[in-house]
Design a protein around this ligand. Sequence first.
Ligand code: NDP
Length: 253
Amino acid sequence: MHYQPPSNLLNNKIIMITGASDGIGKEAALTYARYGAQLLLLGRSETKLKQVQQEIAAQGSHPVLIFPFDLLTAKTSDYQALAKEIANRIERLDGLLHSAGLLGEIAPISTQDPELWQQVMQVNVNAGFMLTQALLPLLLKSPKASLVFSSSGVGRKGRRGWGAYSVSKFATEGLMQVLADEYQGTSLRVNCINPGGTRTSMRASAFPQEDPGLLKTPADIMPTYLYVMGDDSSNESGVSFDAQPNRVPGAAK
Ligand code: NDP
């Protein structure tokens, strides 16, 4: 996407990012902070979140709140407690980017480990639902809120070997569409971003033979992440955006 955001795009926006300790979520945190956002960062590793917090402080951006939280093991009551804690710290939420994700294993359906299957569904689908549900009251307090899920090419067209991950991303697209329809005409818009093959550790696990140098970096795909989070996308809801629209899915060549 050739989008040139104004430097104050996210001024006065309060935004939460999951999976903010690494990969695309971390880059989104550093980028959104530079564009003026006040951030709440969720991840399972407090140490890694603190590192991101320090990097953002070193940029001279707004102070960041961190929330160590394991999306794999959290119960419904943990989400309610988290939402309560957040509501005690901020008055509204202008954005929520679900970037946390689990790849699981690349294996045919005939051999997918059922336990791992459930873990992928828990982190990629159920956690997204429960966190969104818990934070909807805060999102609805914003005059213009953007709720963003992370999709994938294999969430639109099934591909052999991508098992639970592919199915979880189809479910993510479905969750986005249902929510977009439910909040149509309100202050809340709901969209997906498919990053396309991007140089992160998840990508390296999926394609260990690939030369990472051939891939776009998380920083390269930030224009789409800025567009979908900022007010220039106010009229867009129910859309699954491609951060790399011309990219052919699969291994980089
Ligand atoms: P990474 O593996 O680099 O980062 C994933 C993030 O999710 C990390 O911060 C990780 O935490 C966090 N996370 C994983 N499990 C949990 C958990 N149980 N509780 C809390 N946080 C957790 O992935 P990417 O940045 O590559 O991917 C970001 C999103 O984009 C994902 O949803 C992915 O499916 C999607 N995507 C990525 C593509 C790519 O090529 N990179 C392509 C298509 C889609 P920790 O730091 O502790 O590991």
